[in-house]
Structure formats: C-alpha cells, structure tokens
Design a protein around this ligand. Structure first.
Ligand code: C2G
Length: 721
C-alpha cells in the first residue's frame, strides 16, 4: 500500500517547481505517490516533467482556472496513501527532511508528524547559506530541548518568528489519511484557507510528534512584479486578516497546549514587532484599531513564563492603559536602540535622516558617484567634465571618491562613501549623478533629482529578467525596482538597451536614448590623448596592446560585495607565443577583490584593474579580449577586433544568468574555449577581421550608431534645459 501521498498544486513558475521536484527526488521514498494538480490557467510543464519519469507522479489537470483549495481537494480525493503531505510547488525540502518525517511516522504510527518551516528567498542550491545566517543569529534550528513530542510538534506548527503573524499552515506535516476522511478545504476561500482545514484536522488527531532538524523551505518569491505569490496578491490589510484568523484559531481549537502556543506567539509578535509600531508609527491605526484588536486577542492570556518587564507591559495592555504602556515602551525601545548603536554606520545613517535631511537643499549642487566611489570613471566622469568645462561656476560639484588622492579637474569637493561628509553632501545636493543602484540607506528627498546613467549595454540578463538568483542577495530583484522608482532621468545607449531597462527594472517612465557619455572620448580623443594615456600607464611603447577585461560570476562570492576570481587565461603561454609583438593589460571587474598574481609574466602582462577609466584603456588597446562583460559594446565604437574567451560559456549561459543576445550568432568576434585558441586568433588577427567584417558592421549599426561624441551635451541640455 502507498505510504504517503504528496499533494502539489501548481499554477506558475516552472523553475520553482524544478527545485521542488528535485528535493522530492532526493528523499528517496519508494512507497509514495506525488499528485500534481495543474491549474488550467497556469504555465505548461510538459517538458519539465519529462525529466522526472523516475518519480511516481500522478497528474491531474484542469482546463479552467482553479484555486489552491480546489487543487488540494482534488488531490485529497484521489490520495491513496496512509498519510497525506502538502507541499507548494514553489517550495522545497531541505536535505532529507521529509524522509525523516516518514521514518518517524513508520516508527511511531502517530497521527500527525511535522518539522520546521523556514521562509527564504534563496534558491535550493544556496539555501544552506540561509541556515548559516540564521544559526549566527541563533534563530535556527528550533530545538526540542525538554519538550515532549506533542509540545514540540505544536511549537513547530505555530513557529516562533516574531515578525509574522501567521500561525497555521497545512505545509510540511504528515497527516494520517483515515483521520481526515471527508475533510476538505473550503473552496470559497481563496487566501489562507489552511486555517479552517487545519483546525478541524488537528482537533481530530490524537498523537503528535515534532521532528527536530527537518526543514522545509517556504520560498519568498524573488520577483514581486511578475511572479506574485498568493500572499502578495492577497492585498488588503494583512494585520487585520491574520488577527481575524488568530481569533478563529483560538476560539476553535480544542487542544489546550496548542492554545498556549498561540498565546505565546501572540505575545512574542506584540513584543518584538507590534510594540514598535504602536509606539512610533505615524499611522494612527496601530495605536487605535489594531491596538484594540490585539488587546482583545490577549484578553485571556496569563502571565506565566514572562519576564518581570514583560508582565508589566501585559498588565498595562490588559487594562487598556495606553499612557502607562507608552511610558514602558519608551524606556524599552530607547534602551534597545542604545544597545544597537555600537555601530558607527547606524549612527551616521540616523544623523543623515534626523539632521542633514532636514537642512536646506543646495539648488546648485551636483554629487557624482561611479562604481560605489571606487573609480573616477564611466558616464558620471564624462558628464562632470562636460559640465565643468562649460559651466565651471554655475554649479557646486562634489565627487564620491574613496581614494581622495585621485586627480579630478577643477578640484571639486571629494567625500568618501559612507563617511559623515558623504551623508551631508548627499542630503543637500539637488542632483545625484550615479551609474548603478544607489544604496538603500539613502532615501531621496522630495526635491532631489537623480540622473541614472547605468553602466553598460547588457549581454547578461539583469534584474527581473534573471531566472534564479544565484548571488548572495536573494532579493536582488526587489532592489532593482526599489532603486529605479526614485530615478528622474534614465539614459540609454541604444534601442536594445532601452527595451531591456524597461523589462529588467520594471521601469515604465521615459528613457532617454542619448548615447553614453563614457563613449564620447572614443570619438573625441586625438593622437596626443592616446600618447598621454600610454605614458601614464608606464608600459613599453614599442609593442601592440591587448586588453583582457573579463566580467564577474554570480556564484563566486567570498563575502558580500567581493568576488573571488581565478584568471583562466594562461598568461605564461600567451607570453611565450606573443611577447615579441604584444603586451597584455589585465583588467578585472570592479567587484573582484583579490590581487592578481602576475609573477613570471611581469614584463608582458600588466595589472590595470585599479586604473580609473576603462575607456582610456580601450583607446590604447589594439585588440580586446573579454567574455560576457558589457565592455565589448563600448569597445566596438572603435571598430577594432574583439575576441571572446568564454571558457565557461555553458554554465554562464544556462545556469548563472542567461543572455539577451544569441552570443553564438550575434557578437562580432569568435568564441574561444582555450588559451591555445586565443593565441591562434591573435596570430591570425588580420584574417579574422576580414571574416567578421559584415557581422561587425551590423553590430555597430545596432549598438553604436547613436554615439557621436556628444552624448554628454545632449543629457546636460535635457536635464538643465
Ligand atoms: N568594467 C571594467 N572592467 C572589467 C569589466 C567591466 O571596468 N573587467 C566596467 C565597464 O565599464 C563595464 C561595466 O564595468 O561596462 C559593467 O561591467 P559588466 O562586466 O558588464 O558587468 P556588470 O557590472 O554586471 O554590469 O548592464 C550592464 C551590465 O550588464 C551589468
């Protein structure tokens, strides 16, 4: 007989379903059936399911649109297992969590067996990192300690996260089938129908076992615009919805211990999440309507297990004494703020909001920042130089530069990123000119204007267009939306980029196709300029120059913000084959932290990773070697040869990012997999130029034809009329 029936309702997001099915496969359960219920209005998964022939999947599909309650019911109706188990198609099981629950079911024959649920934005591959982070904060795992089997089961069921108000979910528990005969989800309820079902089901159970270290990952979807979850869609006031559900649960559950668990969750929620809002939120509803609701819910709560301080707050709450409560909260909240303030960063941010942001804005001031203040470069540099040359006295100029020794014409004020001065200047600048995502700690003031230049024609998918997010920040996509909402001007070098900026940022306002200021120099520089750059670089001047400028890889992080990188191009071989005629400039991406080891090739390869402006490097380079970096779109303005050293093409293209272009067909140079092929191409560079001429012309027409050396001028005229 089938031991367990796993019920999965599916509507959308195939790549999430893949994680889900992979995780089920890893459980190695032999006596199970997986009932996949497909919503008629959802995404098609036929092709994906071909990869899961080895799993016993029963498909139940509908022609029309059905809700989750209906889908689960359809699963329940045909389920033959002794136990049923619900998993959502966007969630997944960590390691062998489900098979742990099954082992316990087999050993104990309990009616109800459950494990821990953890909310996460991480894809399956990276979830272990989430657990490490939670462990650091002592938030994982929930431990059984001295609790009995059923007490622990209730604790896992209700959860101890204090920022969410949800308490009952049908996910990640084994429920004995014959105990819930005839019990179905209420199909008239679209959101949160778990409550009614679970209360009824739990009331029928007699034995409960909670299992330690059996984790279920409840996915927080990574794209709130295109892939809304039911909770995202629910809309309305989540507090009120959950308060209502809480009430229902407390009233209807017959299990005393579980009632206690609800109360304790309620108090924890109040203590760490609600009290702040009651105390400081400008929205009055937290002090009135919501307060009354919460007090109503806590009416029967007793004082056991509370600290001295908590008891005083509960007393004030129960007696509806808002003044007393405010006094207690003032003490507690300010005291805990003080404890947190060990960190200069917080203090500065607080000063920014409380002091600098209240001072008058300087209508003439412009602040510039390129690549997080690490370089004097990119479009902000060229916009600055154009403005300074034409309007030296009309504006007050400020540059964000972490190295204040960098030479900048006109000697503007320089501030280090996140220094006190930085916050001060950001707060009072009328204009910000930036080339990336501004830091989330900086909220734009109403009258400020942000000119965003972005930093390259994209090849690699960006923001909302990325499939699975492999970086350290699972909420990367949210950040694209949040930052771009604040931009007043967004510029683009070509129509292709304009379209991508729209989709990847969810950007709906005007995008100005001006060309890139950073490419102006590629049209305006003369021979003298080129020689000046060469002498500044301090490299041999009797050789031709190859620039090697690869990009970074999402999965090679060592720490937030820095990427480990191993140079894959074998420079020693290059040197042996080419050093009579060439030298190589090696330029790593600005995310990459480690220093290059160029020993053995010192007189042939030069590390120019810290050289400010890559555009100047383009000017001196006779050949560019890159991979998936946007640098080739800019370099193509010079119409010089480009080679692609794409040793990890399959992985980059299919796993990490995906591309907007068909890189195999549309780029103006060869894709090379080995150092030998690179050498060969360089030796035959003249015939390669011939071979790629038509492709190159078409490429130039599509990506570079707006550029003419006047992009800065066009933007300045647009922004300052
Ligand atoms: N860059 C550089 N040196 C490198 C690589 C990049 O100076 N070795 C600079 C170039 O100006 C390039 C920009 O950083 O155009 C962006 O680099 P990308 O490699 O394209 O990567 P990323 O920072 O992820 O930018 O839409 C733009 C890109 O798609 C995203």
């Amino acid at each position: 007989m089938t031991f367990i029936s796993i019920i999965i309702p599916f509507d959308t997001v195939k790549r999430y379903l893949k994680d889900c099915l992979d995780s089920l496969r890893e459980q190695n359960i032999d006596d199970c059936e997986i009932i996949l219920v497909l919503n008629g209005a959802g995404e098609s998964v036929d092709d994906l399911l071909k990869e899961y022939d080895d799993l016993n999947i029963i498909i139940k599909s509908f022609d029309s649109s059905i809700n989750v309650s209906k889908a689960r019911n359809e699963g329940l109706k045909i389920a033959e297992g002794q136990y049923v188990y619900f998993i959502d198609s966007d969630d997944y099981i960590y390691q062998d969590a489900l098979s742990k629950l099954i082992d316990v079911a087999k050993n104990t024959n309990a009616d109800f067996i459950n494990g821990e649920r953890i909310n996460t934005g991480f894809i399956k591959e990276r979830f272990a990192e989430e657990l490490d982070k939670l462990a650091e904060k002592k938030r994982y795992p929930l431990l059984k300690n001295k609790l009995s089997d059923d007490e622990f089961s209730f604790k896992l069921l209700v959860g101890d996260k204090t920022n969410d108000f949800e308490i009952l979910s049908a996910l990640h528990c084994l429920i004995k089938r014959d105990k819930i005969d005839n019990l179905l989800f209420d199909e008239s309820i679209v959101y949160q129908s778990d409550y009614e079902f679970m209360i009824d089901a739990l009331n029928r159970m007699e034995s409960f076992v909670g299992v330690e270290n059996a984790i279920y990952a409840k996915r927080i979807r990574d794209d709130p615009i295109n892939l809304k979850s039911l909770n995202d869609e629910m809309g309305g006031d989540t507090f009120l919805i959950y308060a209502e559900k809480f009430k229902e649960a407390i009233e209807n559950i017959n299990i005393e211990r579980l009632k206690d668990e609800f109360s304790s969750k309620l108090f924890k929620y109040y203590y760490s999440n609600f009290s702040d809002k009651f105390y400081a939120n400008p929205n009055k509803k937290w002090r009135n309507e919501y307060f009354d609701m919460l007090v109503g819910l806590m009416a029967d709560m007793d004082f056991k297990n509370l600290s001295f301080y908590q008891k005083r707050e509960l007393k004030a709450l129960k007696s509806h004494d808002k003044n007393k409560l405010r006094k207690l909260l003032k003490l507690r909240i300010n005291f805990s703020k003080l404890l947190e303030m060990d960190n200069m960063w917080r203090i500065k941010a607080a000063i920014y909001y409380k002091i600098f942001n209240k001072k008058e804005i300087n209508q003439k001031q412009i602040i510039f920042c390129s690549f997080r203040g690490d370089y004097y470069s990119d479009s902000p540099k060229y916009l600055y130089e154009y403005l300074y040359e034409n309007y030296p006295d009309e504006f007050d100029y400020v540059w964000v530069l972490n190295d204040k020794n960098v030479k900048v014409p006109g000697n503007p004020k320089k501030v280090k990123r996140f220094s006190l001065d930085f916050y001060k200047e950001v707060a009072r600048s009328k204009y910000w000119i930036i080339n990336g995502r501004q830091s989330v700690v900086l909220a734009k003031r109403k009258d400020q204007i942000i000119v965003s230049t972005w930093h390259g024609t994209p090849l690699k998918k960006l923001g909302l267009d990325i499939g699975n997010v492999h970086t350290r920040d699972p909420f990367l996509k949210h950040s694209y939306i949040d930052v771009s909402k604040e931009w007043d001007y967004l510029i683009s070098p070509n129509r292709y980029t304009t379209d991508i900026l729209k989709s990847s940022f969810g950007y709906e306002r005007e995008i100005f196709e001006s060309g890139y200021p950073r490419n102006d120099i590629l049209y305006n520089a003369d021979e003298n300029k080129v020689n000046e750059i060469k002498s500044r670089l301090n490299i041999p001047n009797d050789k031709k120059i190859i620039l090697y400028a690869p990009t970074w890889r999402d999965d090679e992080f060592v720490d937030i913000g820095s990427v480990k990188f191993k140079l894959q191009l074998e420079l020693d071989k290059l040197k042996e084959a080419l050093s009579d005629e060439y030298i190589v400039l090696v330029r790593t991406h600005y995310f990459i932290s480690n220093n290059l080891d160029l020993s053995g090739v010192e007189d042939f390869a030069f590390d120019v990773s810290r050289y400010d402006d890559i555009a100047e490097l383009y000017l001196v380079a006779d050949i560019l070697i890159t991979d998936y970096s946007s640098v080739f779109f800019d370099y193509a303005n010079l119409k010089r040869p480009i080679l692609y050293y794409t040793y990890d093409l399959e992985k980059y293209e299919n796993v990490l990012r995906g591309f907007y272009l068909d890189i195999h067909e549309e780029v103006p140079g060869p894709l090379l997999k080995t150092t030998e092929e690179v050498i060969d191409s360089i030796k035959n560079i003249e015939s390669l130029k011939e071979e790629y001429k038509d492709k190159y012309d078409a490429f130039y027409e599509r990506f570079c034809s707006i550029e003419d050396g006047n992009a800065s001028k066009r933007i300045v005229e647009k922004v300052w009329k």
